[in-house]
Every structure is written in structure tokens, then in C-alpha cells.
Design a protein around this ligand. Structure first.
Ligand SMILES: Cc1cc2nc3c(=O)[nH]c(=O)nc-3n(C[C@H](O)[C@H](O)[C@H](O)COP(=O)(O)OP(=O)(O)OC[C@H]3O[C@@H](n4cnc5c(N)ncnc54)[C@H](O)[C@@H]3O)c2cc1C
Length: 406
């Protein structure tokens, strides 16, 4: 009995020994990843450290998209993420989440460029295209020879995009598209834009508009305070004529559109972790270095309170996303689970980037210290792919059995 108690005590003491985990992996979540997921994470982290972070602030300030990075993304070999075949690597959804996290940890604008192309646009073709359409478009998209965009939101329909007004009229062997879209990432230079429009029967479908099609114009939205290095466009579709075979074969109603959004929403929750990790890491390093009242900032209790709160939230975000992606991989996740993670992680990350900005004092508003960029960019993430309210209402519907928004 005494020996058993002693061994329990020993285990407890062993458990309590101080460890030195990496700054943002306090609960050793890394050990829960499969080796191939860790490899993907490390590959993207190295890419972000080498190629993204050094150029991020400058492009952000100038509101310039760094086109020269596109071939480097191709060499990374991860475009299309979880898509199996067609030149994509078919990684797990945990690995796909880690890609989003690491890109966001580097820079939000480039995470969005990749998310729109690889997730929303390629995802639409992969989930809702016929075999022929997948063969036609996905391999070139995986090689980033063709860049994709996803055009759902309209100037007058954002949260209620289900009420979209863009029309697709059948005319002989063509579809003719008319309408306006807003906030469409990559659209000003994309080779393929998946436009969501309502057909003659009132059903929503996905229509692929290829670059150079007459009647399609895209105007880059200027004056943004977030994600300045990636371009969103306002699109006008004025009698855009596309062949019948450019309608995604399995996109027959808005429920199909929602399938793509559900399949990509989890990645936004992971993006939020990337921003939180970056902001926390910068704030920790800064407060260890910076001295006031003769002591490093980290030696003050109020500063420690902030850092501990940030790290605690990061641990919660990491565990939630890991479990969500595992459930997605096992096909057990619900829409509500993805929405809850997007909602909670964005709320927490928004607080963390704000606390980090505060801990850097005046330097917190300077782009050269990076936190300012994460602080501003987190505002856009809080809104896109469904606002905080809309995610909450999706979860509410799932648990209450009644929709409070339609
Ligand atoms: C940087 C950026 C990139 C984007 N990229 C793309 C893209 O590539 N493709 C694309 O199609 N779209 C894109 N979007 C659009 C994005 O998905 C929408 O901005 C988002 O869905 C919100 O729509 P909205 O901006 O029209 O806001 P609104 O819907 O007008 O919402 C304004 C406010 O009203 C609230 N609200 C609305 N309805 C309700 C309700 N029923 N109950 C309670 N509150 C409600 C919202 O929560 C929010 O707080 C992007 C947006 C941004 C900012």
C-alpha cells in the first residue's frame, strides 16, 4: 500500500516538474499530431519564416500583393491541401488546418490568398464539379498556373448570401450571367472565378467564369485597414456568356454552396490560432527585452496576467481545432461544430492581438513590430466566412432546433 502511494506521489512529482515547452505549445499538443502532420506544419512554418514574414509589413503598407511569391507557393507542394489526386497532396484536415495556422502566423493577406485559391475555389470544383470539370481545372490550379476566386457575397447580400440576386439565364448552349459581387479575393487577377448565381428555376449554382470573358470587370477595393496585401474586388457581370459545361455539375442549390463553406470554415478557426500565436510570441519576446522602472516588463504581475491569459486562450483554441479537424477527418463533425470553433477562436484571437498590441506600447502600432498587422488583420477574419453573429446563430439552430435567422 505504501509502495503504491509512493509510486502515485512519484508520478505526481514527475508531472509537476517544470518543463520548457515551446512558447506557444504549453500543453504539448505537438505530441498529438501524426509525424506527417508535423512535417507539413514545419514545412509551412519554415516557408513563412523565410518567404513571408520578411516581406509582409512592406507589402501591407503599400497595399501590394507580392506576385513573386506564387511560384514559391507552388514549390511548397501543398496547394489543394486535403484534395486527393489532381495534383494535390491529399493531406489530413488536421494538416490542412496547420497550413492555415502557419500561413496566418506569417501573414494574414497571404493566408487569405491561399485560402481563397486552395480552399474556396479549388474546394468548389473538387466538391461540386464533375470528374471532367475536376480534370479540366484542378491540376493547373494545384500547380498555381491558374488562380481561383470564389464569388458569393454581393453588395446587398453578405450574411444573407442565400438571397443572392446574380442571375444565370440559359441561352442556347450558353449561360449568361448578370449581377454584382463584392469582397471577392483574387478576383482582379484570377484565371477562374466561381460565381454563385440563380438560374431560370431560381436554384443557386456555381458558374466558372474564365479570365478574359467579355462583360466581366473587377475593381480592386481600396482604403482597407486590414489584409492590405491581398486584393478583394467588386465585380460587375454584364451579360457574361460562358459555355454550359462551365456550370459546376453538382451545384444545384444553395445547400451545395453551403457544403463548400462548411468544408472551409474550420480553416478560419485555425487561422485565428496563427494570429494569436504570432501576437503572443512577439509580445512575450518584447516584454522580456523591454525594461521600464529598471526591470523587464515581464517581471510585473499585470504583464504576466495578460501573457498568461493569452497563452491560456491559445491552448484552448489549439485543442478545440485539433479535435474539430479530427472529427472532420472522421466525417463526424457538424456545421455547428465548425461554426462554434470559428466564433470562439476569432473572439479569443481578437482579444489576444489587442492585448499584445497594448503590451508593445507605442511600438504596438508600428508595422515593423508585426503585432499591428495581426491586430488589424484579425478584424477582417472576425467578419469573413460568416460573422460572429452568424456563426452563433448556426450553433443556436443546431442546439435549439429552431433557426433564429430565417
Ligand atoms: C477581407 C474580406 C475578404 C472576403 N473575401 C470574400 C471572398 O473571397 N468571397 C466572398 O464571396 N466573400 C468574401 N468576403 C465577404 C464576407 O464573407 C462578408 O463580408 C461577410 O459574410 C459579412 O457580410 P457583410 O460584410 O455584407 O456584412 P452584413 O451581413 O451586412 O453584416 C453586418 C452586421 O450585421 C450583423 N447581422 C447580419 N444579419 C444578422 C442577423 N440575422 N442577426 C444578427 N446580426 C446580423 C452581422 O453579424 C454584422 O455584425 C470577404 C470579406 C472580407 C472583409
Amino acid at each position: 500500500m505504501i509502495a503504491e502511494e509512493q509510486s502515485d506521489l512519484a508520478r505526481f512529482q514527475e508531472f509537476s516538474l517544470p518543463t520548457t515547452p515551446p512558447a506557444t505549445d504549453f500543453y504539448l499538443v505537438d505530441e498529438l499530431l501524426k509525424p506527417e502532420e508535423r512535417e507539413v506544419r514545419d514545412r509551412v512554418r519554415a516557408f513563412a519564416d523565410r518567404e513571408i514574414i520578411p516581406i509582409a509589413a512592406d507589402h501591407w503598407e503599400r497595399a501590394e500583393f507580392p506576385f513573386e511569391i506564387i511560384p514559391k507557393f507552388r514549390d511548397l507542394g501543398l496547394t489543394g491541401g486535403p484534395i486527393v489526386g489532381y495534383g494535390s497532396p491529399g493531406v489530413s484536415l488536421v494538416a490542412a488546418g496547420l497550413i492555415a495556422q502557419e500561413l496566418a502566423r506569417g501573414d494574414s493577406s497571404l493566408a487569405t490568398f491561399y485560402g481563397v485559391h486552395s480552399g474556396l475555389a479549388m474546394g468548389s470544383v473538387a466538391i461540386l464539379g464533375s470528374d471532367e470539370q475536376r480534370e479540366r481545372w484542378l491540376p493547373a490550379m494545384a500547380r498555381l498556373e491558374k488562380i481561383g476566386a470564389f464569388a458569393l457575397t454581393e453588395p446587398t447580400h453578405g450574411s444573407d448570401s442565400i438571397a443572392l440576386e446574380t442571375s444565370a439565364r440559359r441561352d442556347g448552349d450558353s449561360w449568361v450571367l448578370r449581377g454584382k459581387k463584392k469582397w471577392i479575393g483574387n478576383a482582379s487577377f484570377a484565371d477562374l472565378v466561381v460565381v454563385w448565381a440563380r438560374d431560370d428555376d431560381g436554384n443557386v449554382g456555381g458558374f466558372v467564369v474564365e479570365k478574359g470573358t467579355p462583360g466581366f470587370t473587377a475593381r480592386v477595393i481600396e482604403g482597407k485597414i486590414a489584409k492590405r496585401a491581398v486584393w478583394q474586388a467588386e465585380i460587375t457581370l454584364d451579360g457574361v456568356r460562358i459555355p454550359l459545361e462551365n456550370r459546376l455539375e453538382r451545384a444545384r442549390s444553395f445547400k451545395d454552396t453551403a457544403k463548400v463553406l462548411t468544408a472551409t470554415r474550420y480553416a478560419v478557426a485555425w487561422e485565428a490560432i496563427g494570429h494569436a500565436m504570432a501576437a503572443y510570441e512577439y509580445a512575450l519576446a518584447y516584454t522580456q527585452e523591454r525594461k521600464q522602472f529598471g526591470k523587464p516588463l515581464v517581471s510585473f504581475q499585470l504583464v504576466q496576467d495578460k501573457l498568461v491569459g493569452m497563452l491560456g486562450d491559445i491552448v484552448g483554441m489549439q485543442l478545440m481545432c485539433l479535435r474539430l479537424s479530427q472529427l472532420l477527418d472522421e466525417r463526424k463533425a457538424t456545421q455547428g461544430m465548425a461554426s462554434l470553433a470559428k466564433m470562439l477562436n476569432c473572439r479569443k484571437a481578437r482579444r489576444i492581438v489587442s492585448d499584445a498590441r497594448d503590451l508593445l506600447g507605442g511600438n504596438g502600432i508600428l508595422l515593423e513590430h508585426h503585432v499591428a498587422r495581426h491586430f488589424a488583420d484579425m478584424e477582417a477574419i472576425f467578419t469573413y466566412e460568416g460573422t460572429d453573429h452568424m456563426q452563433m446563430l448556426v450553433v443556436g439552430k443546431e442546439i435549439c432546433g429552431v433557426s433564429a435567422y430565417k
